[in-house]
Structures are given as structure tokens and as C-alpha cells.
Design a protein around this ligand. Structure first.
Ligand code: NAP
Length: 398
């Protein structure tokens, strides 16, 4: 009888198909087809290199199995299978439940060593549509507009891109992403993989009740897809996959209080959240607080429009790191300055935290939370894990 083993899986409902894990895996254990990204149980060496690079946590899934799910099984998953009952060595049927639980708990604890908990959608979030358009069957969108959001003389060229889907259904929720497939092929002659962009408009369209959406894209000097997207012109056709993402979503409950922390283009989903609330909630709403970091006002996307959002709906703290003659300030620094406000939010079980942007800011933000939670006499890791478990703590960083 075979010994139970832990199997590494990817949650197809949460995975946003950014393929970062596949590009990170040094033993070629991760692969994809049109639909799913999967782990080859014959090749995975449990090195865990793919865990921290995943922006959503969908990679951090484990099952204890008698025999592993094959690649074919995994490519067919629309959701992850539940943990099955396994056969313990020497088990002749019926099984020793306590021993079973112990073995599973030990194996799962080992599998989860050093990794975060599983992200969950807010309890009141709407059900998202995922992976409607795939690599093999992408949607074709038409570019409706391409506007520069940052000053012409700013180093940062950040664009607001509007894509129209015409009569093709594209049901998206705020916080989801889509993939854009750059034309051409890579050095191996393979078509390029899609690059992921957060949607920056609300579910009913950039313009309400139009079948369009917007993206916030920064031109990267060597970026294959960002240059392609930033150079798009009105009327151009674009191949789109998605939508993706099932946890970084807006609570439908208008009384939910939102604490949003972002850098640069990480503000995209928060523009979508804000517009959704502007269009839907009345006076009874929990309010939104945003800490937004950029190099300077002229490189902060949506600087002008953001200042016009009523304070009762959105309170924004804009912080800048490269204003000549001024000390560098990061979002985590301002959180500490506004610690009473942050502590008030953290102490309320109706608060949802969202962090989006540079991977590097995560550590600083964590340490600010740790410090502020101390004011409440709370242990931050425990509070954070409870919030995550309750679908109230969301991180998406690249
Ligand atoms: P950026 O202009 O490079 O940086 C924005 C601000 O963040 C700058 O003021 C920068 O300061 C500051 N910063 C740098 N390191 C930091 C740290 N350790 N802690 C706190 N702040 C820090 O930003 P960007 O180029 O727009 O990049 C945004 C990032 O968001 C990209 O990595 C993008 O992939 C990601 N993104 C993620 C999503 C998503 O997850 N859904 C969506 C959109 C974008 P200095 O440079 O002056 O040090």
C-alpha cells in the first residue's frame, strides 16, 4: 500500500493566469493549457519558489492523496476537489480517524510551512465569472480610447485604456483582471503569454451601461506588452483573456468600511471600487480610506479626478517619494502618522483591507499594521489571519 503524499495544486477559481509561477519554476513542473495552470506531481520538488511570487495565493493549495491527481485531472478542474479520505498504511478499512487526522494535519502543516493563509472573497461579494475567454479562444476588443494620465514631462507614462467588447459578453467585477495577448511570438516561436492588468472601471462599464472597461497601464522601458498597450490607437483590435480573480473583490454591503493601500498603477482596482460605490451607494455607507503612494503628483494616476470624489465617500492620503527638497514618504509612513484612523478601522469587524501595487511595499505596510495593532493591544499576525479567514484582508502585489 502506498504512503499518503502531499500534492501541490493550483486553485483554478482564484488563479489569475499570470503564469508567474510557471516562469519561476526551475524544474518545469508547472504548465498550462487554454484553461488551467497545473503542477506535474512527477516533477514538483516542493522547493516553494513559486509560492511567494503568486499575486493571489492560488498556488498555495495542497491535498493529501493516496495517488496524485494527474495532469489531465487538474486541467479539467473547474474548482479544487475537497480533501479526500485517504488510506493509512496498515488501514484495513474503517480506518483510525484520529490517526488519519493526525497524519493529514502533520502533512498539511508541513506543506503550509512559511506560506500565508488562503485568501477569501468578502462574504457579501457578488459571484465572479472566471476564465470565460482563454488563450485558445480569446475575446476580441476594440480600443475606444488611450489617454495619458501623467504629465507629458513626467518620467512615468501611465495610460488609461478603454476597451469595448461590442456584442461579446464580458461580465466583470471590480477587482478582477483581464489578460492582454501581445501580438507575435517569443524566442521559441510560441505565441506570447497574456499579461495581466487590473480592471479600473466598475462592472457596468467605464461609461455606465456600455460594454466597455478600462485599464491603467504604465509603460515599462523594456516591457513587451506595456509598450504594445500604451501605443494602441483608437479602433485597434486586442486579444483578451479572462476575466480572472475571485477574491480581491468589493463587498456588496455598502456599510463595509474599506481601507485601501496602493502604489502607482496598483490604484486601478480602487478606482473601480470607488466608481462602483459612487454609482450605487446612498448616504448609508461605510466609507473608504485610501493611502496612495507615487513619486510625485504628476505621476499619480487619476490625481485630478480623485481630488473631486466627495470626502464622505473616499478619504485619500496621497504620499510622494520624490519631491525635490522634501523627505521621501511611503504609504506605510503615512499610515503611522494617521495611526488613530487606521487603528479605528482595524478595531471594526466591518473593515476590509486591500493592498495593491509594488511587492516591495508589503513588508513596510505589514510592519506599520503590526505597530498600529499594538495600540489596540492586538497581535497583528493573529488579527490579519482572522481578517483573511473572514474574507476581509486582500493582497495583490507584483
Ligand atoms: P512606482 O511608480 O514604481 O512606485 C510608486 C510609489 O511606490 C513610488 O513613490 C515609489 O517610491 C514607492 N515605493 C517603492 N518602493 C516602495 C516600498 N518598498 N514601500 C512603499 N512604497 C514604495 O509604481 P508603479 O511602477 O506604478 O508600479 C506599481 C506596481 O503595482 C507594479 O509592480 C505593478 O505590477 C503593480 N500592480 C499590481 C496590480 C495588481 O496586483 N492587481 C495592479 C496594477 C499594478 P520610489 O520609487 O521613489 O522609491
Amino acid at each position: 500500500m502506498s504512503k499518503p503524499m502531499k500534492q501541490h495544486l493550483i486553485d483554478p477559481e482564484i488563479c489569475i493566469r499570470c503564469y508567474t509561477c510557471e516562469m519561476t519554476c526551475s524544474v518545469g513542473a508547472i504548465q498550462h493549457d487554454d484553461t488551467n495552470v497545473v503542477v506535474d506531481p512527477e516533477k514538483c520538488e516542493y522547493c516553494m519558489d513559486c509560492i511567494p511570487v503568486c499575486p493571489t495565493g492560488s498556488i498555495d493549495e495542497w491535498r493529501i492523496v493516496d495517488s496524485p491527481y494527474s495532469l489531465e485531472d487538474q486541467l479539467g478542474f473547474t474548482e479544487l476537489p475537497a480533501q479526500e479520505e485517504i488510506t493509512l498504511p496498515g488501514d484495513t478499512g474503517g480506518g483510525d480517524l484520529e490517526a488519519f487526522d493526525d497524519v493529514v494535519a502533520a502533512l498539511l502543516a508541513e506543506a503550509h510551512k512559511g506560506t500565508g493563509g488562503k485568501p477569501k472573497a468578502p462574504a457579501t461579494a457578488a459571484k465572479p465569472t472566471i476564465n470565460l475567454y482563454t488563450l485558445g479562444k480569446p475575446a476580441e476588443a476594440t480600443v475606444q480610447g488611450n489617454y495619458r494620465l501623467t504629465a507629458a514631462d513626467s518620467d512615468a507614462d501611465v495610460r488609461h485604456i478603454i476597451l469595448n467588447f461590442g456584442s461579446l459578453p464580458m461580465p466583470v467585477l471590480e477587482g478582477q483582471s483581464i489578460g492582454i495577448i501581445p501580438p507575435g511570438s517569443d524566442e521559441n516561436g510560441q505565441p506570447h503569454l497574456p499579461r495581466l492588468y487590473s480592471i479600473s472601471s466598475p462592472r457596468d462599464g467605464e461609461r455606465a451601461n456600455f460594454n466597455n472597461l478600462s485599464l491603467t497601464v504604465k509603460r515599462e522601458p523594456e516591457g513587451l506588452c506595456s509598450n504594445y498597450v500604451c501605443d494602441l490607437e483608437k479602433g485597434d483590435k486586442v486579444q483578451v483573456t479572462g476575466p480572472f480573480g475571485a477574491t480581491f473583490l468589493l463587498p456588496e454591503d455598502p456599510r463595509a468600511r474599506m481601507l485601501m493601500i496602493c502604489t502607482g498603477t496598483g490604484s486601478a482596482p480602487f478606482r473601480a471600487f470607488t466608481m462602483r460605490r459612487q454609482r450605487t451607494v446612498g448616504t448609508e455607507q461605510g466609507g473608504m480610506t485610501m493611502f496612495f503612494g507615487a513619486r510625485a503628483p504628476d505621476s499619480l494616476p487619476y490625481f485630478g479626478p480623485l481630488k473631486k470624489v466627495p470626502e464622505a465617500l473616499l478619504h485619500t492620503f496621497m504620499v510622494f517619494s520624490r519631491i525635490p527638497g522634501t523627505d521621501k514618504e511611503y504609504v506605510q509612513d503615512r499610515m503611522l502618522v494617521e495611526r488613530d484612523r487606521v487603528a479605528d478601522l482595524l478595531s471594526d469587524d466591518n473593515t476590509h483591507v486591500y493592498i495593491c501595487g509594488l511587492r516591495g511595499m508589503e513588508q513596510g505596510v505589514e510592519s506599520a499594521f503590526c505597530d498600529i495593532a499594538g495600540d489596540l493591544g492586538a497581535d497583528w499576525p493573529a488579527l490579519r489571519d482572522r481578517m483573511r479567514e473572514e474574507g476581509r484582508y486582500h493582497v495583490e502585489t507584483y
